[in-house]
Ligand binder design. Structure first.
Ligand code: CA
Length: 228
C-alpha cells in the first residue's frame, strides 16, 4: 500500500512540482492551498506525512502542528524561505519533525521524508536504542559509547545530550528541545550550555572536532546527529 502525503503549499508551481515528483516516487499525494483546507483534509483522514509550507495565506502553521500533535504522531516537514527562521523554529518546537529551506531539491525532500517516516510513531523513550555510523557506536541501554572499538568516557550530561540526538538521529533537534530534555524546562534560554557541551562531545567522538562528521550544526536552529 502506498503512503499518503499531504502537501500544504499555496504556490501553484511548487505544489505541482511536489505533487508530480512525489507521485513518481509512488506516494499518494493530496494537496491543500491553505491551513483551513489542510484542516478539513486532516479531519477526513490523517496522512502518513505532511509537507507544510510556512508562508500560507490564512494563518500560523504552528497552530496546525500543535492541534495535530494532540492526537497524532504524523511526521511534519516544514518548508520555509530563508527569512522565516523564527517561524520555522517555532514550528519545530511545536512538534514538527524537520525542515527544508527553499529552494530545495526533490532528493533532499525525499531524504528528509525517509528519516521522518522511519521515526513515525516512535516515542522518544523507546524504539531507538543503538546508533552505528562510521566507527561511532552508541548503545543507550548499556550506556556504552565507542569510536573504532575504543570505549569513550562521557560525563553523564555529555551522554544524555548524545542520547537525545541518537533518539532523533537524522533529524534536527532545536536548541530549546535539547536544553529542555537534557537540562530541564527552566534552562531553555541557556544556549551557552549547549555550545560548551557540544564542544566537549565533539572533542571525544569526532576524529576531527573542527570538521564534525557526526554532530552537525544547523546554524541558528539546533543540532543533528548524522545517520548516513
Ligand atoms: Ca507559500
Amino acid at each position: 500500500m502506498s503512503l499518503n502525503v499531504l502537501v500544504v503549499e499555496d504556490d501553484r508551481e511548487i505544489r505541482a512540482m511536489m505533487q508530480a515528483s512525489l507521485s513518481v516516487e509512488g506516494f499518494e499525494v493530496q494537496t491543500a492551498v491553505s491551513l483551513s483546507e489542510a484542516r478539513a483534509l486532516l479531519q477526513h483522514k490523517p496522512p502518513d506525512l505532511i509537507v507544510l509550507d510556512l508562508g500560507l495565506p490564512d494563518g500560523d502553521g504552528a497552530d496546525l502542528v500543535r492541534e495535530l500533535r494532540k492526537q497524532h504522531s504524523t511526521p511534519v516537514i516544514v518548508v520555509s524561505a530563508r527569512h522565516q527562521e523564527a517561524q520555522k523554529i517555532a514550528l519545530l518546537d511545536a512538534g514538527a519533525d524537520d525542515y527544508l529551506t527553499k529552494p530545495f531539491s526533490v532528493g533532499e525532500l525525499l531524504a528528509r521524508m525517509r528519516v521522518a517516516l522511519r521515526h513515525r510513531g516512535t516515542s522518544l523513550a523507546a524504539a531507538i536504542t543503538t546508533h552505528d555510523l562510521d566507527g561511532l557506536h552508541v548503545d543507550l541501554t548499556t550506556r556504552v559509547v565507542s569510536l573504532d572499538g575504543v570505549a569513550l568516557h562521557l560525563t553523564p550530561t555529555e551522554f544524555n545530550l548524545l542520547a537525545r540526538l541518537v533518539r532523533s538521529a537524522g533529524r534536527v533537534v532545536t536548541h530549546r528541545q535539547l536544553l529542555a530534555d537534557v537540562w530541564g524546562a527552566e534552562f531553555t534560554e541557556h544556549t551557552h550550555y549547549l555550545r560548551l557541551y557540544m564542544g566537549q562531545l565533539r572533542a571525544k567522538i569526532e576524529r576531527d572536532p573542527a570538521e564534525p562528521r557526526h554532530l552537525l550544526t544547523d546554524t541558528g536552529v539546533g543540532y543533528r546527529l548524522a545517520d548516513v
